[in-house]
Design a protein around this ligand. Structure first.
Ligand code: MN
Length: 243
């Protein structure tokens, strides 16, 4: 039976080669029954622009390109890699999704989001987000040198109160009203997101109907779960093809 695989919050960087290796292994071992891979943001710990000439940026794009030749690949921007653009899409074969994407599969309405936009209790963060996610920001940032952009990224991270730590305690959790508002707006019964590093499957009632919010696992050495699969009926945690 064909399945979809969802991952997010890998936070890949040249500083953590172990996770990069895990990512290569994941791509190489994804079995043919997986019909599509959805990366729901924060694939990278930082992405300063598609013109980044670093060997690391090239290595990841090459791996995705080889992968997308055999399996459909979708990418949604996270708060760490919102600078991903059309050149990245061309270089990897990924289809870039809107920040809120409704996926209709087997009569189910699955709403896909990175999840940071749901953390509405963190006002400082949302202010910075509103600033950097305007259409003009990316174009303007891209006129700066790579070095200037690295400094800029650090500055915005500091101003948004986003700690360098990736522990859930340092990330504001989603606001339930924001969750319900988005799900209602899209007519979705299931919401899949990452960002909070609090992997779980939550069930609740929304307007008298059963609703689910599934939080994807972030990638850590001590976290065996890599993502989530959906086979049209059931959601299951994914720990790799050989598990
Ligand atoms: Mn995030």
């Amino acid at each position: 039976m064909s399945q979809l695989l969802f991952i997010s919050d890998l936070h890949l960087s040249p500083r953590v080669p172990g996770l990069t290796q895990r990512f290569h292994t994941l791509l190489e071992e994804i079995p043919p029954e997986i019909e599509a891979l959805y990366i729901l943001g924060d694939l990278f710990d930082a992405w300063i622009g598609d013109d980044d000439p670093s060997p690391f940026a090239r290595e990841i794009q090459e791996a995705l390109k080889a992968f997308s030749k055999r399996t459909r690949l979708f990418f949604q921007r996270g708060n760490r890699d919102f600078m991903v653009g059309e050149m990245f899409a061309r270089q990897t074969g990924a289809v870039i999704l809107e920040d809120e994407h409704l996926l209709e599969d087997d009569g189910q309405q699955l709403l896909l989001m990175h999840g940071d936009q749901l953390c509405t209790d963190d006002l400082e963060y949302q202010q910075v987000r509103a600033l950097v996610r305007t259409p003009g920001f990316r174009e303007q940032a891209l006129t700066k040198s790579i070095e200037e952009r690295i400094a800029l990224a650090q500055e915005y991270r500091r101003r948004s109160g986003e700690s360098l730590s990736l522990k859930p305690a340092d990330i504001t959790d989603v606001n339930q009203q924001a969750v319900e508002h988005s799900m209602r707006e899209h007519g979705a019964s299931v919401l899949i997101h990452g960002h909070t590093h609090r992997p779980a499957m939550h069930e609740f009632e929304l307007d008298g109907r059963r609703a689910r919010r599934i939080v994807l696992p972030d990638w850590r050495e001590d976290e065996p779960r890599l993502g989530l699969t959906w086979d049209g009926t059931t959601f299951s945690w994914w720990e790799g093809a050989l598990h």
